[in-house]
Design a protein around this ligand. Structure first.
Ligand code: NAD
Length: 496
């Protein structure tokens, strides 16, 4: 019989007050039941926030380097258990083992980066305009952080949020995606083993009901959300009204541009990895291939041939190159877009159907799909599909490629393949994205650099790197006047 999992609140594993549970099944084989996970409600979130408020009182006073030591332990334990964590993640999320092991590695990198940040957390010391007076800034913890995460990076994204939040001295309530609860369960077990004190970290499983309560809870001053733009917009409205600090990381419609002077072998490898890796379910997935007309037909033929050969199946089998979609609704969304593509006059080049065969019969599989002749501005060209569908758009110049890249509401990542250094550097300036790659696919972010997008992909904050520590801490400015007299800023002057 499948195991029934619990929430983690105030240092204890507890059943949800709702008494309701969700079944978590392997998307590559839906007969494989991983476990039953809480479908929590408002009362569970309220209990978690109360506990986090207590935890904050103690944790925020612990010196940051010691908080960092606990995160270093977390990195060590994750490293030792990397294979087991990757296997469990592939079982519940579907992407192939190489990718889930990258997902765990990103968590490990984030743990070690945060651990060392405990000995930095820089403020500034600047000259005062007055004599015998010091002027400085330091970074202070804020309070309880509500972290809401999506399904596609079951471990990396919770760590991107949780580790910097904790390092800065905040306490946390994590509400992971209801599609991948087991990965967060394992992650929280590791934090407990690493020595995270009671009350500092709570895990509440569930879906929209639990997420909504966390966002609306007056005791949670910080919300960090990664997920779809629709959900992010709803969260933004509530946080705006309640004056909460909010980080939003949302959808994307990322493009790989291939110029006529590009290395086509490299561009081919890049687009296959970018478009069909994680079955197209990455926020940075390549969903548009914008190709110069001089190399368009040649590249398209090669991408078509290679995509048709990709091996679908259970991501835990070594032969598999493309896993399933996360659930039936995601597969049906892909099917709707395949119909829309046909209606809007795009040419289906390969895929466009569910696969047949025993390797894929019990999962949410869909063939890698390519549409050519996609018109700029059409729905295939501008809407996020979040599946293995690549739209190919032919252009006649660099300027046109930039225009097509930029005319979407999203702005996460882009890439350009060219051998001309001037074109490459122009693209870094012209492409409206938070991340641009040159001669590399649209995916491949590293944990020590800021990550996020412009336009409706985000709201100006970044995950990762040095910037995220600013999001999770408050700047406090400190003046110390040791002159023994009243000195008045802007008013007093001195004889030289
Ligand atoms: P989703 O928006 O459906 O769900 C994300 C999370 O929000 C889940 O935990 C869900 O339970 C919760 N939620 C749902 N409704 C809520 C509400 N009203 N209030 C509070 N929480 C609520 O997204 P998903 O399907 O899990 O993930 C796919 C999306 O995430 C894609 O759009 C993708 O582009 C985006 N994404 C973005 C990034 C990025 O960094 N920009 C990274 C990964 C994924």
């Amino acid at each position: 019989m499948a195991k029934t999992f619990k929430n983690y609140i105030a240092g204890k594993w507890v059943a949800p007050t709702t008494g309701r549970y969700l079944e978590n099944r392997n998307p590559a084989d839906t007969t494989d039941l991983i476990g039953r996970f809480p479908l929590s409600g408002a009362a569970d979130i309220d209990a978690a926030v109360r506990s986090a408020q207590d935890g904050f009182e103690r944790w925020s006073r612990m010196p940051a380097p010691l908080r960092g030591d606990i995160l270093r332990n977390v990195g060590d334990i994750m490293s030792a258990r990397k294979d087991e964590l990757s296997d469990a993640m592939t079982r519940e999320m579907g992407k192939v083992l190489a990718e889930t092991s990258g997902d765990v590695q990103e968590g490990i990198d984030t743990a070690y980066y945060a651990a060392t940040e405990g000995r930095r957390l820089f403020g500034h010391t600047v000259p005062s305009e007055l004599r015998q007076k010091w002027a400085m800034s330091v970074r202070r913890p804020i309070g309880v952080c509500g972290l809401i995460t999506p399904f596609n990076f079951p471990m990396a994204i919770p760590t991107w949020k949780m580790f910097p939040a904790l390092l800065c001295g905040n306490s946390v309530v994590l509400k992971p995606s209801e599609d991948v609860p087991h990965s967060s369960h394992l992650l929280v077990e590791i934090l407990i083993e690493a020595g995270i004190p009671e009350g500092v970290l709570q895990l509440v499983h569930g879906g929209e009901e639990a997420g909504k309560r966390l966002v609306e809870h007056p005791g949670v001053p910080v919300i960090s959300f990664t997920g779809s733009t629709d959900t992010g917009s709803k969260i933004g409205e509530v946080c705006g009204r309640m004056h909460k600090r909010l980080s939003l990381e949302m959808g994307g419609k990322n493009a790989q541009i291939v110029m006529d002077d590009a290395d086509l072998d490299l561009a081919l490898e890049g687009v296959l990895w970018g478009a069909f890796g994680t079955t197209g379910q990455r926020c940075t997935a390549t969903s548009r291939l914008i190709v110069h007309r001089k190399v368009h037909d040649k590249l398209l033929a090669r991408v078509e041939e290679a995509a048709a050969k990709l091996v679908l199946g259970d991501g835990r089998q070594t032969k598999t190159q493309v896993g399933p979609l996360i659930h039936e609704a995601a597969r049906e969304k892909v099917e709707r877009y395949v119909e829309i593509g046909a209606e809007q006059g795009a040419e289906l080049v390969t895929g466009g159907a569910r696969p047949r065969g025993s390797r894929t019969s019990d999962g949410y599989f869909y063939k890698p799909t390519i549409f050519a002749g996609v018109k700029p501005g059409s729905r295939l060209a501008v809407e996020e599909i979040f599946g293995p569908v690549l739209s190919v758009i032919k252009v006649g110049s660099y300027e046109q490629a930039v225009k097509v890249n930029n005319e979407v509401k999203y702005g996460l990542s882009s890439s350009i393949y060219t051998s001309n250094v001037n074109t490459a550097f122009s693209a870094l300036e012209d492409l409206q994205n938070g991340i641009t790659y040159v001669n590399a696919p649209t995916i491949g972010a590293e944990a020590h650099l800021p990550f996020g997008g412009v336009k409706q992909t985000g709201n100006g904050h970044r995950e990762g790197g040095w910037e995220v520590f600013e999001f999770y801490s408050e700047t406090k400015v400190c003046y110390v006047d040791f002159s023994g007299t009243l000195q008045r800023a802007q008013l007093d002057t001195y004889d030289v």
